[in-house]
Ligand binder design. Structure first.
Ligand code: GDP
Ligand code: IMO
Ligand code: MG
Length: 423
């Protein structure tokens, strides 16, 4: 296990946190490469659920170094709160955490303009964490990075220029009126002093770790179908959530990645607006939502629920170059008499490879369904392949064949122990 990328193969919330936590038992370094506190990665430890938003999921084990790469956008106050919450639970973070000085900061004005934008006609259904506007400033070269916190005059001047522009662009964002660079800087003074000793050369450290033969995990947030380039634009997040974003977002070259693992639920969920061809009718969705506790880990919003979408999963396998799949939440389907899958979209052009990330085309597509018999038996205590009911194995083996990607393991419960290895 030298350098593994763990990536969401759907629209997020696939169970990446659980998978990273499991693999972290044998990892030396775990790094986040994109996204920010829009992520909510849940880990169940001894019956208690811990939700991580910015801190890498390796933190639940005592030894791994936990790095936040240049591709991440950081809300420093939220980060410190998260670390404080973890330490109160007895999870020692301390100097195990390292932050790239090139990571951009999410500042209060990003949240204020996002709230205004989300009240308008172009609403995406974001998590409200200021993500899109922080990445917008990054791309426009008007952002402030962690390193900029340590140059007071430059920070204040740049923040004031951005505020002047945003007030003109979003006059309805009245919170902007009271903001100015000096006040923002002063409000960050404490937390900047807290963060300063954590700043490190993330890419350099990872390069050195790999050179020593250490084991590295690069933890994706969101999912492939929320990727800024390859997802269902504009109903996406604002970062490179797919595997190609991993080396970029931590300062490594593409050859530094040895293995890419895609995480998918045995069905599909989505939070926020945008096309969802395999979405269920509401009565069925309600049943699945309750069985799978499908409420957002960051916002508490009910997740939209649907069946597995094979064209989308094949697309994720291609975009990420998946070496293996981890299938989660199989147990949630235990009580369903009939398991449905979208196998194709009617009228799809096979030359285009099935799934289209074109949101308009996806809205129009007519899904082709296949039904599998449910297994109607509990799977939570299964630990070996042979422990799974026959119909469940047939369903999983069919997914494996149709995607052309080997299943590495199947998760059958939220706890660490609830895992079935394929071999
Ligand atoms: P992430 O964002 O990809 O890390 O996923 P989330 O943590 O947002 O959502 C996954 C949810 O499913 C969390 O509440 C997990 O504790 C839970 N979970 C993960 N794997 C399983 C599983 O195999 N079975 C069940 N029942 N719950 C699971
Ligand atoms: P994890 O890492 C599920 C969705 C939002 C919205 C869109 C844009 O826990 O899987 P943003 O706030 O990023 O600008 O919102 O992306 N979204 C997620 N959905 N899981 C996530 O993260 C998500 N992060 C963002 O709901 O549709
Ligand atoms: Mg989540």
């Amino acid at each position: 296990m030298p350098n593994i990328v763990i990536v969401g193969a759907q629209w997020g919330d696939e169970g990446k946190g659980k998978v990273v936590d499991a693999l972290s038992a044998a990892a030396d370094v775990v790094a986040r490469y994109q996204g920010g506190p829009n992520a909510g990665h849940s880990i169940v430890r001894g019956g208690e659920t811990v939700v991580l938003h910015l801190v890498p999921s390796g933190v639940m084990h005592p030894h791994p170094r936990c790095l936040i790469g240049n591709g991440v956008v950081i809300d420093l106050r939220r980060l410190r709160e998260e670390v404080t919450r973890l330490e109160a639970l007895g999870i020692v973070v301390g100097r195990r955490l390292g932050l790239s000085p090139a990571a951009h900061l999410i500042l209060p004005y990003h949240g204020a303009v996002e709230a205004a934008a989300e009240r308008g006609p172009g609403a995406i259904g974001t998590t409200g964490r200021g993500i899109g506007f922080a990445y917008r400033d990054k791309a426009a070269r008007t952002g402030l990075r962690l390193a900029d916190l340590f140059d007071r005059e430059a920070f204040i001047a740049r923040a004031d220029r951005t505020l002047t522009r945003l007030r003109q662009e979003y006059p309805e964002a009245t919170e902007l009126q009271a903001m100015n660079g000096a006040v923002l800087y002063a409000a960050l003074h404490d937390v900047a002093a807290w963060a300063r000793p954590l700043v490190c050369d993330v890419g350099g450290e990872l390069h050195a770790a790999l050179g020593r033969g250490q084991r590295v995990l690069l933890e994706g947030a969101q999912g492939t179908l929320l990727d800024l380039d390859h997802g269902t634009y504009p109903y996406v997040t604002s970062s490179a959530a797919s595997a190609a974003g991993a080396p970029l977002g931590v300062g490594l070259g593409p050859r530094a990645v040895d293995r890419v693992i895609g995480v998918t639920k045995a069905y599909t969920t989505r939070v926020g607006h945008g096309p969802f061809p395999s979405e269920m009718p509401e009565t069925e969705a309600t049943r699945l939502r309750e069985a799978g506790e499908e409420y957002g880990a960051t916002t508490g919003r009910p997740r939209r629920c649907g069946w597995l979408d094979l064209p989308a999963l094949r697309y994720a396998a291609r975009i990420n170059g998946l070496d293996a799949l981890v299938i989660t939440k199989l147990d949630v389907l235990d009580g369903f008499e009939r398991i449905r899958v979208v196998t194709a979209y009617d009228g799809e052009d096979p030359a285009r490879g099935g799934f289209s990330a074109d949101a308009r085309a996806l809205e129009r597509c007519r899904p082709v369904w296949r039904d599998f018999p449910g297994w109607l038996a509990p799977t939570t205590s299964a630990r070996r392949w042979g422990d799974l009911p026959g119909p469940a194995r047939q369903y999983l083996e069919w997914i494996e064949r149709e995607c052309g990607v080997a299943i590495q393991s199947v998760s059958v419960g939220a706890g660490r122990e609830a895992e079935v290895s394929r071999s």
